[in-house]
Design a protein around this ligand. Structure first.
Ligand SMILES: CC(C)(COP(=O)(O)OP(=O)(O)OC[C@H]1O[C@@H](n2cnc3c(N)ncnc32)[C@H](O)[C@@H]1OP(=O)(O)O)[C@@H](O)C(=O)NCCC(=O)NCCS
Length: 196
């Protein structure tokens, strides 16, 4: 049973939550498999894009007077060129795709159905906006990576149950600085898609 309230905002209504969202991203993405050494300044810039678009989506989970989780999406045609590039290279039209940026939920609020609600909210908005396919990308880390927690359960099964499948031909490479590293490194990413 979900104890948090889920609210779907168009990006242009999301300015008041950008600061909370930036903090959530930095906190949650420090964890495996992202290991992201984030900065609030970078996050504010990244999120400004979402907050500037009428057709973007920010889904908020509120509880106890605060924001405990959030999830974002935007039209692929408005996403960074390196996200669109694999689709263009594969002869696919980015205008058909709604791209999910992330879901981030404080650990204490997991396993209550909020992650499922985030998918439902983004898909509902994608359909309402007329998009044919939902997509997101996930980082690929080696199984023997030293920072992988022994009890980590990959999200692949969760995504598969939501109806998404890996699109093996659609891959990208993103660079960021891992926690504990001196500088950024490139990470392989694979896209998942679902016809809506
Ligand atoms: C990904 C994330 C948002 C998922 O959110 P969540 O609210 O924990 O997910 P849900 O509770 O909706 O569902 C997760 C699965 O766990 C199951 N589950 C729920 N409660 C459970 C419990 N007590 N025990 C075991 N499984 C449980 C759900 O049934 C669901 O499985 P399903 O696919 O069969 O429906 C959250 O784990 C998170 O923030 N992770 C870190 C960041 C991240 O990896 N983000 C995703 C990529 S950007």
């Amino acid at each position: 049973m979900t104890e948090a309230t889920i609210e779907t905002l168009a990006g242009t209504a999301a300015a008041p939550v950008v600061e909370d969202l930036a903090r959530l991203r930095v906190t949650v993405f420090r964890e495996w498999p992202y290991l992201y050494e984030g900065s609030l300044d970078y996050e504010r810039g990244y999120l400004a894009k979402y907050a500037g678009l009428e057709r973007s989506t920010i889904v908020i989970a509120r509880a106890g007077g605060g924001i405990v989780g959030a999830s974002t999406a935007l039209p692929m045609e408005s996403a960074e060129p390196e996200l669109q590039a694999p689709f263009l290279a594969a002869g696919l039209d980015p205008r058909e795709y709604y791209y999910y940026g992330e879901s981030v939920l404080l650990a204490a609020w997991r396993r209550r159905g909020i992650g499922v609600a985030f998918f439902a909210a983004r898909e509902a908005r994608a359909r309402a906006l007329g998009f044919k396919v939902g997509t997101f990308c996930a980082v690929v880390r080696p199984d023997n990576h030293p920072a992988r927690p022994a009890d980590y359960v990959p999200l692949d099964a969760f995504w598969t149950r939501r109806g998404y499948a890996k699109a093996p031909g659609l891959t990208a490479s993103f660079g960021w600085r891992d926690v504990g590293d001196a500088g950024p490194s490139q990470k392989p990413m694979v896209f998942w898609t679902k016809r809506l």
